[in-house]
Each structure stands twice: as C-alpha cells, then as structure tokens.
Design a binder for this molecule. Structure first.
Ligand SMILES: *Cc1c(COP(=O)(O)O)cnc(C)c1O
Length: 404
C-alpha cells in the first residue's frame, strides 16, 4: 500500500493555494509535478558542478559528464534497452518524433505507406504529414470505435508490403486508452515495417521493456514522469539509428570537420548536436529513480482505484458523458456535460482551485470523431487522493448547476 500522505510531502507545490483554495492538481497528463528529490538534484547541479559536458578536462566538466552519462544508463536500464548508445537525449517526445520523421525522408519513397492511429497527439501526426509531403508517401489512418479502441482487423487489412512505418501512441493522452502495442509491433514487422511508439503518456504509468516489445523506436518526455520540461529520450534500435542521417548539424555530433567533408560522431552523439539540457538529463534520471522508489506496480494499482472511483462518482452527475471507455485505460477521464462548453466548466473549476485541462488536448481528430469541440480532462497521478476526486465531483456538480 502506498502512503499517499507521505508521498504528498515530497511535492512542495501540492501545499499551495489557488484562488484561496487548496490546489487540486488533476492535469497530470499535461505535465506532472516535481518532487523535492528531483528539485534537489537540479539545485545541486547549478550550485556545485554546472559545466559543459564532453569537452573540458577540468573537474566540473568531468563531473557533469559523468552524471549526465549515468542518467543515460539509468534510463536505459529502466526501459531495458540492450545498449546505452541506443538512448538519445532529446528535448522531449515532439523532438524525438521529428528526429525520426526527418531521418526517414531518405529511406521512404513515393507511394510508400505510413500508418498512424486515429488517436494520435498532433506531435505524432504533423511530422508524418510533413514527411509525406517531402517524399510523396501516403498517410493512412487506423480507425477506432466509440469506446476509443483501435480497430485491429482494419489495421491488419491496411498493412501491406507498401507499409514502411507504423506510428502509434502507447497510451492516448486524450482518452487514456492503452493500445495493444505488442500486437501492433508484431503485425508491422510481419510486413517489414518499422514501428515508432509514442510513450509520452504511458511512461508515468507503465514500464515499457523495449527489448521484449521488439519496438524499433520508443519515446517519452521527462516532464510527464516527475522530471523537468525540455528533456526527453528517444530509444532506437542500433541498426535503425545507424541508418538514419543526423537531424541537426553542430558541435558534439561530429567526428571530424573540414570545409570539404564532415564525418559524424558515433551513437548516441550523432543525434545530440549542440550543448544539451545537461541539468535536465541528470534530473530526468533522478525522476526515474524517484518513480521506481515508489514502484510502478503500486502506482498502476492505486491509479486504477482512483480511475474507478472517479468514473463511478462523475457518472452520477446529470448529463455527464465520458469519452474513452476502453477496457484497458490509464487514469484519464475526458468528459462533457450536455449543453455546456468544456471551457466554462474548466473556468469554474479553476476558481475552486481545481486544475483540469479543457480543449482538444492536441488531438483534434479525436474531437472530430466524436463531433465535439473538446472535453474537460481530469488526469490522476499517484499523489492524488479520493478526497480530491470528491472535490472535483462537487465542483463539476456546482458548475453544472450554474451553467445549465
Ligand atoms: C505530451 C504528449 C506528447 C508531446 O510531448 P512533449 O513533451 O510536448 O513533446 C506527445 N504524445 C503524447 C501521447 C503526449 O501525451
């Protein structure tokens, strides 16, 4: 059993008030809060060993380099990657996906097909559209049903020897659906297609084992797993990372430079041009340590309890409809109330100190599918409580009475 009160002590921000009310933070799918164990690592970096990495022979630079590379190993172990140099530090999921999409420009031809799921975040749609524009490849969509589950039989039909790439999120940020990624990966491989799984929304809840999944690329952002913004990772199988050209040119990613010709550095540095987010990378490692110290099995179990409780209580409200009712889902609830704009509910909840997300959640195609402008999204983390869910439910009920 998790000691939630003790865990909450780790998060200084949870003590603050918003509009005179205790903060009820239920926007964890947008970004998670940061425990003091991670904040301390950030302060320690700037107070004690702030320096550029991989360059200087001086003590601070060595220390920063060691800590940065140790963080890479922590993240590698967490995702069970075979090789440390298969872990690329990026600025986040969006950067990771663009890196891969850009690299595939030289490996894709006119008429090749790329499949994406119907429930993607914009960051997993737009880079592929841009890739298709550059290459003449065709983007096809794996549809979903009303519950927010992918139609796997249609996926099977869409796959062919023309399919070169398949992109899917592990967990939908708008609906919470946990997608059957192992099946998606195996099917794609049977026609020789590569697979990128966007793990941004899965990483706070589920530990992905990239070797067991046999996935080609897997990516996430630190700020959704109790780490800082502006840093994330891209896992890529060595064979793919060797095939892809560098994304950005600059310092750190070269072996030798002359005006006639430049040779690139080995992995992972080939993809890490310029001075990276050094402190962020180190703090990312600390965040992974922190999450593991709580335990992902415990986290998943507790969050599932919160999900069931919140679903049951919210459904008692008149006219409330939940979008995304997949059998397998994480602790995200997207909902609307008949006749009320989601933004108006969000505004009233904010007055009550309750932070939720309203809008299309960077997934407009999902909103089009349900023919709605957006939803209110409450997303729960392991530091949330049933008491906070009660506050949410009474807040939504109050909003309904005011707005109907
Ligand atoms: C948050 C999120 C992203 C984008 O992550 P950034 O950190 O903004 O780059 C992409 N996909 C999913 C599913 C997300 O939840």
């Amino acid at each position: 059993m998790l000691d939630i009160n003790k865990i909450r002590e780790d998060f200084p921000i949870l003590k603050r008030k918003v509009n005179g009310q205790p903060l009820v933070y239920l926007d964890n799918a947008a970004t998670s809060q940061t425990p003091k164990q991670v904040i301390d690592v950030i302060v320690d970096y700037y107070e004690n060993y702030n320096a550029n990495i991989h360059r200087g022979v001086h003590a601070l630079s060595q220390e920063a380099t060691d800590k940065y590379e140790q963080a890479r190993i922590k993240i590698q172990k967490h995702f069970n990657a075979a090789k440390t140099h298969e872990m690329i530090f990026t600025s986040g999921t969006t950067h990771s996906i663009n890196l891969v999409a850009n690299g595939f420009s030289s490996l894709i031809e006119k008429g090749d097909e790329i499949l994406v799921s119907a429930m993607e975040h914009h960051s997993n749609i737009v880079p592929w559209q841009m890739l298709c524009e550059r290459t003449g490849a065709v983007l096809k969509v794996i549809p979903m049903n009303q519950e927010g589950e992918l139609l796997m039989d249609v996926y099977n039909e869409l796959l062919s020897e023309k399919t070169k790439l398949v992109f899917c999120n592990h967990v939908s940020n708008a609906l919470g659906t946990i997608n059957p990624i192992k099946k998606i990966i195996d099917k794609a491989h049977s026609v020789g297609a590569a697979v990128l799984i966007d793990g941004a929304q899965a990483a706070p809840h589920i530990v992905a084992d990239v070797q067991a999944l046999d996935v080609d690329f897997y990516t996430c952002s630190a700020h959704k797993v109790c780490g800082p913004t502006g840093v994330g990772m891209l896992y890529g199988k060595e064979e793919w990372l060797k095939k892809l050209p560098p994304y950005q040119g600059g310092g750190e990613m070269i072996a030798e430079v002359t005006f006639e010709k430049t040779t690139y550095a080995d992995l992972p540095h080939k993809f890490e041009a310029g001075t990276p987010n050094i402190c962020g990378g180190i703090a990312f490692g600390a965040a992974i340590d922190y999450m593991n110290s709580i335990g992902f099995d415990q986290i998943a179990k507790y969050e599932h309890e919160l999900l069931l409780y919140a679903t049951q209580e919210l459904l008692k409200i008149e006219g409330l409809k939940i979008y995304g009712t997949a059998k397998n889902k994480t602790s995200v609830i997207s909902f609307n109330i008949d006749g009320i704009h989601p933004y108006d509910i969000g505004t009233i909840l904010d007055k009550l100190g309750i932070a939720v997300r309203t809008g299309h959640h960077c997934a407009q195609p999902i909103m089009d599918f349900y023919k709605i402008p957006g939803t209110v999204r409450a997303s729960f983390s392991f530091y949330n409580t049933k008491g906070e869910i009660d506050t949410l439910v009474s807040g939504v009920e109050r909003a309904r009475k005011m707005l109907v």
